[in-house]
Design a protein around this ligand. Sequence first.
Ligand code: SF4
Ligand code: F3S
Ligand code: ZN
Length: 103
Amino acid sequence: PIDPNFEENRELVDEHNGHDVWGPVEEPEQLGIHGTHVAVDFDICLADGACLEDCPVDVFEWVDSPGHPESEIKADPANEAQCIDCMLCVDVCPVDAIDVDAG
Ligand code: SF4
Ligand code: F3S
Ligand code: ZN
């Protein structure tokens, strides 16, 4: 599962679509965590799609990840500022790739 303490345990290495990227990143095999309030561990996401289907405010968008061992697309928290902390995405992701900091 995603490390809920990633902000302490990882380094901020990049920005993507207006959100943070937490390393390590070594493309294409290692992509890190995208987002901060709504964080998706791209190295765990296997493109199940439940988060995109169920998020009531459309926080997620698909992005391509060709060459990644788990999946060739990832759920990117493109609109994380719209999150209403319902925690649905956290509950439905089968591999626990998502952390929402509702505190
Ligand atoms: Fe969307 Fe709810 Fe997840 Fe926020 S917690 S990203 S509103 S499903
Ligand atoms: Fe990925 Fe989990 Fe969403 S596997 S597509 S983050 S439901
Ligand atoms: Zn991103």
